[in-house]
Design a protein around this ligand. Structure first.
Ligand SMILES: Cc1cc2nc3c(=O)[nH]c(=O)nc-3n(C[C@H](O)[C@H](O)[C@H](O)COP(=O)(O)OP(=O)(O)OC[C@H]3O[C@@H](n4cnc5c(N)ncnc54)[C@H](O)[C@@H]3O)c2cc1C
Length: 491
């Protein structure tokens, strides 16, 4: 039989006094949540009830007792969580951010392994700088940015030869046909996957493997690398339902972390606090973590869609059906990066993008060179969707060897070995379980609003997946954090 205490929201015994710890820096293991651990608290409660409270609490009691504003727990110190926290703190709320990792940023993750170039293992680009809120933040900080351009791109055929002009125009024609079919599918009554929508085109080219490879390249380059979902899972009706900002795509010279570090200033972030349970139908909301229980008036949840789908956090009671349906219908895609560093660049220096029409679908089709923008001999290869997921099971050595096979096909067997590499595995990351969300067959954009809707005026949801217009992006995450802060303020 479960005890009464087990059935109670974690920390709910602390409710009557309020339990917001203004002194805790998160390093004090005795301090659980907003004041103290349960045993300490119960001892103090007994003292207060016995009339000895003042001396027992001392200064802390006074400070703990003054709660002029709402106590808000924000789960996740990624862009959405940090944006929401800042706004809520500005409005006078008391905010604590619970973050599972031992770093902030979430899917913004700048590696400093190579001291001369901070490398982004998560988001790299501000996609479309005009009107993009991340541009505004970067301007405030004076963060140096570098443009990469699709004008500086070169395409190699399967045998490694540069694509001839005739082949390039054939490729353009196939790309047009691909988008025509997808537009037609969007006008039809029944939603099918992107791959199903293109089945007739694949059939048309079935006797010509070289043309089929061009189609496979377009599918990988224009759709799977972009949306991170497999063509077999992406909804043809909704895969491209998001909006975009105009303007260049830019990289941060010091890495995207300049933004998250700036946003995190002054925020009480508790690292290494893995949230396990959320109790949300008491008068206060309880959050159980691996490092103690927290109680708040409002909780903002920015857990990635992959984490929600995997049921890593238990909601008590469970989330309503509309939200569960949205979580299971939307897709969590994969985009993985493999940075290779060489002594010197053996590829065309003036190009940002090197593209490859691979024999196998999605295999090392896109590369970014850091030679032009950063003057450094570094290549970044991508694998997305099914292929991106598949290679996560490989060893680093196997991934580097596979990347080098492609580069050797293009640039010759004598190219030098890389002197170092950095590889991501976002699907295996327990605190992301994928790279970013996509609209899967069976989902619809309204489900993102269902995901974002607050519950009981106490639980609020943010994160890239909860942004109907700009899902899958850094600015989408940031904007959803701002929107959720507004929801909390008006609740
Ligand atoms: C490889 C890759 C490339 C990308 N490229 C771009 C790009 O170039 N441009 C662009 O605009 N966007 C890009 N994106 C997308 C962008 O990074 C994300 O949309 C955005 O960072 C998501 O922010 P978020 O706050 O919603 O989620 P997150 O950043 O994932 O934040 C959620 C936080 O919750 C934490 N968490 C998870 N589980 C728990 C738990 N149980 N308890 C407590 N905390 C928990 C996580 O550790 C994380 O810190 C890319 C993403 C990836 C992975």
């Amino acid at each position: 039989m479960r005890s009464a205490r087990e059935n109670r929201a974690p920390g709910s015994v602390q409710g009557p006094l309020g339990n917001w710890c203004l002194d805790c820096d998160g390093s004090n293991k005795l301090c659980v949540g907003f004041g103290m651990n349960k045993r300490e608290f119960l001892k103090l409660l007994a003292l207060v009830l016995l009339g000895n409270g003042t001396s027992a609490f001392g200064e802390k009691r006074n400070r703990v007792g003054i709660i002029a504003s709402r106590r808000v727990v924000v789960i996740g110190a990624g862009l959405a969580g940090l944006a929401a926290s800042r706004e809520l703190m500005r409005a006078g709320h008391q905010v604590v951010v619970l973050e599972a990792r031992d770093r902030i940023g979430g899917r913004i993750w700048t590696s400093n392994k190579w001291p001369d170039l901070p490398l982004d293992l998560g988001a790299s680009w501000i996609h479309g700088v005009i009107g993009n809120p991340i541009t505004g933040l970067a301007d405030q900080l004076g963060a140096r940015r570098l443009v990469t351009s699709y004008e500086r791109a070169v395409i190699y055929n399967t045998d490694g030869q540069l694509l001839s002009e005739a082949k390039e125009s054939q490729l353009d024609g196939i790309r047009r046909q691909m988008f025509d079919r997808l537009r037609k599918a969007q006008d039809s009554g029944m939603d099918v996957s992107v791959r199903q929508a293109l089945a007739s085109l694949e059939k048309k080219f079935a006797d010509d493997p070289a043309v089929l490879r061009l189609l496979s390249f377009c599918l990988s380059e224009n759709i799977e690398q972009e949306y991170a979902g497999s063509a077999s899972r992406l909804s043809s009706h909704w895969y491209d339902s998001g909006k975009e900002f105009e303007g260049d795509d830019v990289l941060f010279a010091q890495g995207f972390k300049v933004i998250t570090e700036h946003l995190a200033q002054g925020i009480d972030v508790r690292l290494a606090h893995v949230v396990k349970e959320i109790w949300w139908q008491e008068s206060e909301v309880g959050v159980r973590t691996t490092d103690g229980d927290f109680v708040a008036d409002r909780v903002v949840i920015t857990l990635p869609l992959g984490v929600l789908r995997h049921n890593d956090v238990r909601f008590i009671p469970e989330l309503p059906k509309e939200k569960r349906d949205a979580i299971s219908a939307l897709g969590m895609g994969v985009l993985n990066k493999c940075y290779l560093r060489f002594e010197q660049a053996f590829w065309p220096h003036e190009m940002d993008w090197l593209e490859y029409i691979s024999a196998n679908h999605g295999e090392w089709t896109e590369w970014v060179s850091f030679q032009w923008a950063f003057q450094l001999p570094i290549l970044l290869g991508f694998n997305a969707a099914d292929r991106g997921r598949e290679i996560e099971a490989w060893s680093d050595g196997q991934i580097v060897a596979s990347a080098m096979e492609t580069l050797k096909t293009i640039f010759g067997a004598k190219i030098p070995r890389p002197i170092d590499y950095q590889i991501t595995r976002w699907a295996s990351d327990p605190f992301a379980r994928g790279s970013y969300s996509y609209n899967a067959i069976g989902s619809a954009p309204g489900m993102r609003s269902a995901l974002a809707n607050p519950l009981n005026g106490k639980l609020f949801f943010a994160g890239e997946a909860a942004n109907r217009d700009y899902f899958g992006t850094a600015h989408g995450a940031y904007l959803s954090g701002l929107r959720t802060a507004k929801d909390v303020l008006s609740a």
